[in-house]
Ligand binder design. Structure first.
Ligand SMILES: [Fe+2]
Ligand SMILES: [Fe+2]
Length: 598
């Protein structure tokens, strides 16, 4: 248990300051890679970009570029003569180009974890700076890691002045983890003579920093001067504000929203609200590397009121067509919303959300329970998601939560945070907008980033629920607390126990999750026991918004209904103390339902 707490703390520390510490220095690996990619775009066609090899890349890099890639990737000082060991995955095809040249020698030692075998390369250093190079151009995710020890046994070796700055140090031994984004992967075979060394951990995401081989992507939906990806969210009070986001290419430097009451006239009543511009870069997106994202918050709106709006360039560029939004109902007024489990930017999900909106146009907003896309750091993934759902998300707010596919390799969720304007009322230990809450009508929505360390969210959930007066309470997060194939070491026991206890204490009505790609509704649960009535416990839902496998779900006493093989969405109609919950498939067939009356 202690070990686990320690790990969690180290991960929090590592992940929260990773972005800051990665602020590149001059002549950094990032500078070099930005320049190299720019040069490649200027001098190569699509075929050449997609057929780059290690040999070819080495021919194309300048001496100075190679020098920085060989030395400015991972650095620290040693205060005495030290031996540096580099553990390199034996399955990585190309040995990092700098390793032998820098004087590292391959030893007979090897280190293993449950998945990989690492050969050990060593070099002796004098007191002073240790400079190490990139992992490779191939995005080999079992990244190398480092161990350091004094050349003379028994002396106190001090490591300092790290780059990246937030270096975490473990004790090299069996049971030690090496990757912060996969802390359950621990070393299983560490040679006797290496035990006790200082182990410098990393994240697998660093393998992307010099990625060039099979690296270049294209988006099927590049930006243009015409605003697109027009999307509604709520970053502030849904009754009196509306956040609007959209995208243009980099030639469009200004953005604004014009909005007016639905029963009014654009010419005489439209108000113009300037938008904030943010440049978003996906370096490896060859046909749309940079885009301009615009974000505006419309404030001082009347509750429960429909407005018309358009977005565009107030400096004389194009404007969108007219869309509409409606501010939130007052507390106690009826409302409805729609939930999706994993959506994975699938075109089939695009059909599903359009069908759902067509059938339930009265829905006030939409939510997604994580795995919104499949690779959260690929902007082309988001381009697909927004394109497929464009006709819906420009008319109804989309309030998402993060899944493991949206938050990968320990690299954070900056793209998600740049794309969605969401409430910044989450835990202070987490980046804003990752976990948040909002109130709509008489319901509270706890939107939890379940990929973040559990304890941070547990404390926050308690704060949110304590003293709360909302009639209905929903928690939305990716990892399901109850699954039919509970294996106690692979399921979400901590979430079930820690968050479940709070859902019991404060009577959260429903928990909406995804991740396992099938449908399930539990009977009401309290204290991990099945209860007779929803007034006595929480109903846990798992849903899935993309094609998935048909199978017969084994009977479990806590399952009210469960099946696979259909793409689904859920409607929630709330009227005072009554909630009507329904699950529909793509064809519109009613597949499950439940009414709760308070
Ligand atoms: Fe998924
Ligand atoms: Fe998932």
């Amino acid at each position: 248990m202690l070990k686990r707490i320690y790990l969690i703390h180290s991960i929090i520390l590592f992940l929260t300051i990773w972005a800051l510490s990665c602020t590149p220095q001059t002549n950094s690996v990032k500078d070099v890679m930005d320049g190299v990619v720019t040069r490649f775009y200027d001098t190569m066609d699509e075929n050449e970009l997609s057929s780059l090899t290690d040999e070819k890349i080495m021919q194309l890099l300048t001496v100075d570029e190679k020098k920085i890639l060989a030395t400015h990737y991972w650095m620290f000082d040693v205060n005495m003569p030290a031996t540096v060991s580099i553990m390199r995955d034996v399955d990585q095809q190309h040995i990092p180009f700098w390793l032998e040249k820098a004087g590292f020698e391959k030893t007979d030692l090897s280190v293993r974890n449950e998945e990989y075998t690492y050969e050990v390369w060593q070099k002796n250093f004098d007191p002073g700076r240790v400079e190490l190079g990139i992992n490779g151009f191939d995005m080999h995710r079992p990244h190398y890691f480092v161990a350091v020890g004094p050349q003379k046994a028994g002396q106190k070796l001090i490591l300092s002045h790290f780059y990246p700055e937030n270096q975490h140090i473990e004790r090299m031994d069996n049971g030690a983890f090496t990757y912060h984004d996969w802390d359950e992967l621990v070393l299983t075979e560490v040679p006797e003579e290496m035990r006790g060394l200082q182990l410098l951990t990393t994240i697998r995401g660093r393998a992307r920093e010099a990625h060039l081989i099979n690296a270049f992507r294209k988006t099927p939906f590049p930006s243009s001067t015409q605003p697109d990806q027009i999307m509604l969210t709520w970053g502030e009070d849904p009754r009196t504000s509306q956040s609007v986001q959209w995208r243009c290419n980099t030639s469009v430097k200004n953005g604004a929203v014009k909005f007016w009451p639905a029963d009014g006239e654009e010419e005489t009543e439209a108000v113009q609200q300037a938008a904030v511009l943010q440049v978003m870069e996906d370096r490896l997106l060859q046909n749309d590397r940079f885009v301009h994202r615009f974000s505006a918050v419309l404030k001082n709106l009347k509750p429960d009121t429909k407005y018309l709006y358009r977005v565009g360039d107030p400096a004389g560029g194009p404007w969108s067509g007219i869309h509409h939004f409606k501010t939130a109902v007052k507390e106690g007024q009826p409302f409805s919303f729609i939930y999706f489990g994993d959506t994975h930017r699938s075109p089939q999900w695009g059909k599903l959300i359009n069908k759902a909106f067509e059938r339930h146009p009265q829905s006030d907003f939409f939510t997604i329970g994580g795995d919104i896309v499949s690779t959260g750091l690929y902007r082309d993934d988001w381009d697909k998601l927004f394109e497929y759902s464009a006709d819906v998300i420009s008319e109804r707010p989309l309030m998402p939560t993060l899944g493991n596919h949206d938050s990968q390799d320990g690299l954070g969720v900056w793209m998600y945070r740049d794309l969605f304007d969401l409430p910044e009322n989450g835990p202070s230990e987490l980046e804003p907008e990752r976990t948040y809450s909002f109130t709509y009508g008489n319901a509270l929505f706890l939107m939890v980033d379940a990929t973040a360390p559990n304890q941070i969210n547990t404390d926050w959930l308690r704060q949110q629920l304590n003293g709360l007066t909302a009639t209905w309470k929903f928690a939305v997060f990716h990892f399901p607390p109850y699954v039919f194939d509970s294996e106690f070491d692979t399921d979400y026991k901590e979430i079930r126990e820690q968050w479940g206890a709070l859902f019991d204490e404060y009577h959260v009505d429903m928990v909406l999750s995804g991740h396992v790609h099938h449908y399930m509704r539990t009977k009401p649960i309290y204290n991990q026991q099945v209860m007779a009535d929803p007034s006595q416990g929480t109903v846990y839902i798992i849903s899935i918004g993309i094609p998935n496998k048909k199978f017969d779900m084994p009977a479990r006493n806590f399952i009210a209904k469960g099946f696979g093989g259909e793409m689904l969405y859920q409607t929630f109609e709330i009227d005072g103390g009554q909630l009507v919950y329904k699950t529909f498939n793509l064809d519109g067939d009613l597949r499950d339902e439940l009414t709760i009356i308070k």
